[in-house]
Design a binder for this molecule. Structure first.
Ligand code: NPW
Ligand code: ADP
Ligand code: MG
Length: 287
């Protein structure tokens, strides 16, 4: 299968126009589920990235111990407490009862502690049953979730370690072998796989995009959390997993390039957030 290198021309087609006459909510409503006692920042990074990608509303669900600190970061976030410190069946049932009716997309896993595996499976299945477009990251990337995802327009965003845990094989160092392994698993499980690294590989098993970034400053913690928010933000508007994942990784890289040019190897993931509007603005279309 031929791989295509991501370019602005390709990505421009993946970012939907905004209608002048649109109303709040028509340009994307996103849910972010993540965070834990130790990793409070991940869902915040993801949520602000989702907002900055050009959505209307982002709901951030974090364990109740993190609610105050998460709310204090920004009035832009609508925080829905998870009633337990970790993801449990009870916490998921309460969350499902509190969700906005017209949710477009969700990203789950960044920084999340999962107490009961079945609670994650229940959350994933319930959201898919509501036709919510899903992006799974970090703790949500466990093999048990795979049977729920086939042909449901889901994106998974593993780094190499999460890829091994999810699919049972470590991505090889050879680019061609890496691409083949991503394509094989995307096809096998009916999902879009975004394997993160110095070169991101994005495939749904039929079409594959490569995005080689010369931005080693992006190895700092949290850049993948930002990416998960961008994927969910794009999914909420484009709704196509491959295009949303490809556009998200391209935008994350564009922001990374700007920050590395400015700050060298001293980037933090927060720096990425402030660059997202500037790198996305050239792609804006109003109809
Ligand atoms: N401020 C916050 O709140 C932040 C919160 N964050 C949250 O932290 C959580 C854990 O994040 P994480 O994935 O980095 O660690 P972890 O789950 O132990 O990885 C599993 C194992 O995989 C491997 N491995 C890792 N990367 C690899 C790679 N690129 N290529 C190859 N292998 C790699 C590595 O195994 P090793 O190499 O040690 O054998 C590692 O032990 C996650 O939920 C994230 O969202 C972070 O985003 C930071 C900011
Ligand atoms: N050497 C590198 N050069 C450029 N980008 C990289 C490099 N290594 C990782 N990245 C990017 O950094 C992010 C890493 O994701 P992840 O490991 O999930 O980070 P975290 O979980 O800390 O947010 C991905 O977006 C990936 O594309
Ligand atoms: Mg990560």
């Amino acid at each position: 299968m031929a791989q295509k290198t991501l370019t602005s021309t390709i990505v421009k087609k993946f970012i939907p126009a905004r209608k002048s006459k649109s109303r709040k909510g028509e340009n994307g409503i996103v849910l972010v589920v993540g965070g834990s006692y130790i990793y409070h920042g991940a869902p915040i990074l993801s949520s602000i990235a989702a907002l900055r990608s050009g959505t209307d509303l982002v709901y951030t669900s974090v364990p109740k111990i993190n609610v105050a600190s998460t709310r204090s970061v920004s009035p832009n976030l609508i925080v829905i407490p998870l009633v337990d410190q970790k993801l449990t069946r009870g916490a998921v049932n309460k969350l499902l009862g509190a969700l906005p009716r017209n949710l477009d997309s969700a990203t789950i896993g960044m920084g999340l502690a999962i107490q009961e595996k079945n609670s994650l499976l229940h959350l994933v299945k319930s959201l898919l049953d509501r036709d919510v477009r899903l992006s799974l990251d970090a703790s949500a990337l466990i093999p048990d979730v795979l049977p729920l995802l086939a042909n449901k327009n889901v994106v998974v965003t593993p780094h190499a370690g999460e890829f091994k845990r999810l699919f049972g094989q470590s991505p090889p160092s050879s680019k061609n072998e890496r691409v083949k392994l991503v394509e094989k698993n995307a096809k096998k499980f009916g999902i879009t796989v975004l394997l993160k690294g110095s070169t991101d590989v994005i495939s749904n098993g039929t079409t594959t995009y490569l995005y080689e970034k010369k931005i080693p400053a992006m190895t700092v913690g949290g850049t993948g959390d930002v990416l998960s928010g961008l994927v969910a933000g794009l999914l909420s508007k484009n709704r196509k997993p491959l295009e949303s994942a490809a556009a998200a990784t391209f935008i994350n890289g564009l922001a990374g390039k700007v920050v590395q040019k400015k700050l060298g190897l001293h980037m933090t993931s927060m720096d990425l957030l402030s660059e997202i509007p500037l790198v996305m603005k050239p792609f804006d279309k109003i109809v």
